[in-house]
Design a protein around this ligand. Structure first.
Ligand code: DAH
Length: 338
C-alpha cells in the first residue's frame, strides 16, 4: 500500500505540473482527491490494514494528500497569473464604450398622479395641509356631523386602533383640523393615506385621497363647479365633460358625486365606463352648517365647498390599469412602465 501511495504521488505531481489550464487542474483534483478519486480509493483500503500498520499508513496517505493539494493550489495560482498577463497583452481597453447605467428608481405612479393633481390646485392658490393617519373618532366622524349611531358610519368599514381611535377612513378630518387653527378665508388641499376594511379588484385596504376645502364669504355651488371644471380640464383635457349626481354625505349639504365623460370612449360607452359613458371620480358638496359649528365658524357669514377624490382611481384611468392591486404589488415589470 505504501508503494501504491508513492506511485500516486509521483504521477500526480508530474501531471499537475504539466497541466495547461485551470479546467485541466480541476479535472486532476477530481481524479486524485475527489470522492471517487484514486487517493480516496487507497484510503478505503486502510480498513484492511493491521492495527500496528494503520497509523503509519494513515499518516503516509495524509502526507500524499497534502502534497497533491498543495501542488494543485500552486498550479492554479501560476496559471491564473499567466492568463491575466496574456490577457493584458492581447486585450485592449476600449475607452469609447458607453458606461454601464446604474439602476435608477423613480416615482411611483400613484405619487406622480397625486403630485400632478396637487400642482393644479396649488396653482389656483390652494395650500397643502396634512393630518395624522391614526385619527380620533372625533375628527374622523363626530366633528364631521357623523355621530356614533349615524348609519353613514357603516359605509366606512373602519380599522379601530383602540376605543375612540381609528385609522382614518377618509381625508375629511383634515378639514376640521385646518378650520380649528385658521380663520376664513381657507383654501386647502389635503393629500394622504386612508384605510378601510375592504379588498377586491377596485379596493385596497390602504389608498390615497385628496381632500379639498374652500371657505369664504359668498361661496356657492357655482364656485365648486367652476374649480372642479378647471381641474378636470387641466388634468384630463379640455374636451372632458363634468356632471353632478345628487348624493348624500353627512358633512355636506347639498352633496353630490361628480362624474367625468369616459376618458377611454369619450362618452360613447365602453367596458371601462360599463357602457354608461361616465366615470365617477369624486364626492363633494357645500360644507354642512353643523360642521362649521364644530369649527367655531359663523355659518351665517361663511359658506364653503369641499370635495374628496381617490388618487388610485384617477391613476388607473390615466394609465388604463385594470386592478388597483397592480399598484401595490411592487412588481418591477409593472412599475418600470411609468
Ligand atoms: N370623505 C368622502 C369619502 O371618503 C369623500 C368626500 C365627499 C369628501 C364629499 C368631501 C366631500 O370633502 O365634501 O367617501
Amino acid at each position: 500500500m505504501k508503494d501504491r501511495l508513492e506511485e500516486i504521488r509521483v504521477e500526480a505531481l508530474k501531471t499537475i505540473d504539466a497541466a495547461q489550464d485551470l479546467a485541466e487542474v480541476e479535472q486532476l483534483r477530481v481524479k486524485y482527491l475527489g470522492r471517487k478519486g484514486l487517493l480516496t480509493e487507497v484510503l478505503r483500503g486502510l480498513a484492511q490494514a493491521s492495527a500496528e500498520e494503520r497509523p503509519a499508513l494513515g499518516k503516509a496517505a495524509n502526507d500524499v494528500k497534502l502534497a497533491i493539494a498543495e501542488s494543485l493550489d500552486n498550479k492554479k495560482v501560476q496559471l491564473s497569473a499567466s492568463q491575466e498577463a496574456s490577457a493584458a497583452r492581447t486585450e485592449r481597453l476600449d475607452l469609447s464604450l458607453p458606461g454601464r447605467k446604474p439602476l435608477r428608481g423613480h416615482k411611483h405612479p400613484v405619487m406622480r398622479v397625486a403630485e400632478e393633481i396637487i400642482d393644479i390646485f396649488t396653482q389656483l392658490g390652494f395650500q397643502v395641509a396634512t393630518g395624522p393617519d391614526v385619527e380620533t373618532e372625533y375628527y374622523n366622524f363626530d366633528s364631521l356631523n357623523t355621530p356614533e349611531d349615524h348609519p353613514a358610519r357603516d359605509l366606512h368599514d373602519t380599522f379601530f386602533v383602540k376605543p375612540g381611535v381609528v385609522l382614518r377612513t377618509h381625508t375629511s378630518p383634515v378639514q376640521m383640523r385646518v378650520m380649528e387653527r385658521t380663520q376664513p378665508p381657507v383654501a386647502v388641499i389635503a393629500p394622504g393615506r386612508v384605510y378601510r376594511v375592504d379588498q377586491d379588484a377596485s379596493h385596497s385596504p390602504m389608498f390615497y385621497q385628496i381632500e379639498g376645502l374652500l371657505v369664504d364669504k359668498g361661496i356657492t355651488f357655482a364656485d365648486l363647479k367652476g374649480v372642479l371644471m378647471l381641474f378636470i380640464h387641466r388634468y384630463f383635457g379640455p374636451e372632458t365633460q363634468l356632471r353632478f349626481r345628487p348624493h348624500y354625505f353627512p358633512f355636506t349639504e347639498p352633496s353630490a358625486e361628480a362624474d367625468i365623460s369616459c376618458t377611454v370612449c369619450a362618452g360613447k360607452g365602453c367596458r371601462v365606463c360599463k357602457h354608461s359613458g361616465w366615470l365617477e371620480i369624486l364626492g363633494c358638496g357645500m360644507v354642512h352648517p353643523e360642521v362649521f359649528k364644530y369649527a367655531n365658524y359663523d355659518y351665517e357669514t361663511y359658506t364653503g365647498f369641499a370635495f374628496g377624490l381617490g388618487v388610485e382611481r384617477i391613476a388607473m384611468l390615466t394609465h388604463a390599469i385594470s386592478s388597483i392591486h397592480y399598484l401595490y404589488e411592487n412588481d418591477l415589470r409593472f412599475l418600470e412602465q411609468f
